[in-house]
Design a protein around this ligand. Sequence first.
Ligand SMILES: C[S@@+](CC[C@H](N)C(=O)[O-])C[C@H]1O[C@@H](n2cnc3c(N)ncnc32)[C@H](O)[C@@H]1O
Length: 214
Amino acid sequence: MDIEMVERAYRRYARGYDRYFGAVLEPGRRALVERMRCGAGERILEVGVGTGLSLPLHPPETEVVGIDISLEMLERAQCRVAREKLTQVAGLARMDGARMAFADDSFDKVVAMYVVSVAPDPVRLIDEMRRVCRPGGELFIVNHFLHEFPPVAFLERAAAPLSRHVGFHPNICLHSLIADTRLDVIERTRVNAFGLWTLLRARREPAAASPPAG
Ligand SMILES: C[S@@+](CC[C@H](N)C(=O)[O-])C[C@H]1O[C@@H](n2cnc3c(N)ncnc32)[C@H](O)[C@@H]1O
């Protein structure tokens, strides 16, 4: 799967996305925004913001920037911002989350809801999320990972080649992802129906103290 395939897939899904994935994935979105406990003036980046279903959940005193690779999904997010007068949304832009144009340390909190298993390179995506998050800031991810119960994991692995055609990897192993990205996970919670999705809160390591002068 490459980024052009993702774009093509979401060009097709944009129209029906809210109907099929709105309510069913909403508990995870709400749980994630609650965990963020954002304060006034905090800058938040949403990677893979999609049609902006989560945007109304962010407190009005925050400043949210959303990016997505799909123009069709972003157009719907833009309509939502206008329709619901979401003053917390500072901007929406088309951008690849694995190659962001933002400077290092630009945001207090960086979020990806249901994006890791559709991104072509999840490790690079998370590396980029960490790069644009300030030292001491936090990363939040909600996603489906390979089930820990072996028979279910077996079925998910078997379905992987098929799922690739619809732009979704059901077989991402959370332990490997944490090892590959060196994510400093400080909270892990099961969300959505049957707890089949996982919410992660991770800390962006604080800046190293500079050695005393002289
Ligand atoms: C399953 S949707 C999730 C949308 C939204 N976050 C939600 O909660 O419903 C995944 C979104 O991630 C976007 N996406 C996937 N890979 C991406 C990447 N590398 N960079 C930016 N957006 C990406 C897709 O275009 C799509 O809009």
